[in-house]
Design a protein around this ligand. Structure first.
Ligand code: ATP
Length: 237
């Protein structure tokens, strides 16, 4: 199957501090890849590197085009939507207004209106709260809003940074089921960063395990999930 995203010899640094040391990874078109690793392994930085939010070296291709060296907005316009950790919704704006901002680069205004409906079908709870200020939503609802805002871009690839963080298990389950549906129904490819390895390995088809900015293990998610020594040594469950 074709790759929608490939990174080769990817390095990243903050000032003089080097954080990624030559990563190679792929996301298949229509697939879900997860990047796992402990605190500080470089997972968040990997997503930031893809959308040019940190200084990088190496090659990144998206949809057949080379994207390293381009600006973040340019990469967003190609169809890469980033859902950052900490969610990053505009707390003083309503749910509707947050979604409208998600579509700011789009010109197909009629389809934007259709997408409101599509998204509110995925997340009926947001529809009920569409005029409510985002800052007053629960943690789970804010995460749903962050994902929805990214979907308003009609992305081909979503970069999801720890979407389970701080949420109750029941809500996490709900959100991950919706990820699966978005992936299958809308063919949105996903690159998912998670500390919750068990959860991520159930959703993903391919996994990479990072340790201090290097890939130490990679392979099909079900193989990694069923490898007891990997699980015990690296994943802690
Ligand atoms: P976590 O799960 O804790 O977010 P992570 O795997 O996502 O961990 P990163 O956030 O990518 O890890 O951080 C990797 C390394 O880069 C860490 O050592 C961190 O201290 C460092 N780092 C992250 N952001 C910055 C920054 N803005 N300036 C300097 N160093 C940073």
């Amino acid at each position: 199957m074709a790759q929608i995203l490939t990174a080769r010899k990817l390095h990243a640094q903050y000032g003089a501090v080097k954080v990624l040391h030559g990563l190679d990874f792929d996301v298949e078109e229509g697939g879900i890849t997860t990047i796992l690793g402990a605190n500080g392994a470089g997972k968040t930085t990997t997503l930031r590197a893809v959308c040019a939010m940190v200084k990088t070296e190496g090659e990144i291709h998206f949809g057949g085009q080379r994207i390293d060296g381009r600006g973040t907005e340019n990469i967003v316009r190609l169809g890469v939507a980033h859902v950052p950790d900490g969610r990053g919704t505009f707390t003083h704006l309503s749910v509707d207004e947050n979604l409208r901002l998600g579509a700011y680069v789009r010109r197909d205004k009629a389809q934007v209106e259709e997408d409101f409906e599509r998204i509110y079908t995925y997340f009926p709870r947001l529809r009920e709260r569409r005029r409510q200020q985002a800052g007053t939503l629960s943690g789970g609802e804010q995460q749903m809003l962050a994902v929805s805002r990214a979907l308003m871009l009609r992305p081909r690839l979503m970069l999801l940074d720890e979407p389970s963080f701080g949420l109750a298990p029941r809500i996490v389950q709900e959100i991950f089921e919706i990820f699966r549906e978005i992936n299958r129904r809308d063919r949105v490819s996903m690159l998912l960063v998670e500390q919750n390895a068990a959860l991520a390995l159930k959703l993903a088809d391919h996994a990479y395990l990072l340790e201090t900015g290097r890939v130490v293990i990679s392979g099909p998610a079900d193989v990694i999930r069923n490898d007891e020594s990997v699980r015990r040594s690296y994943l802690g469950y």
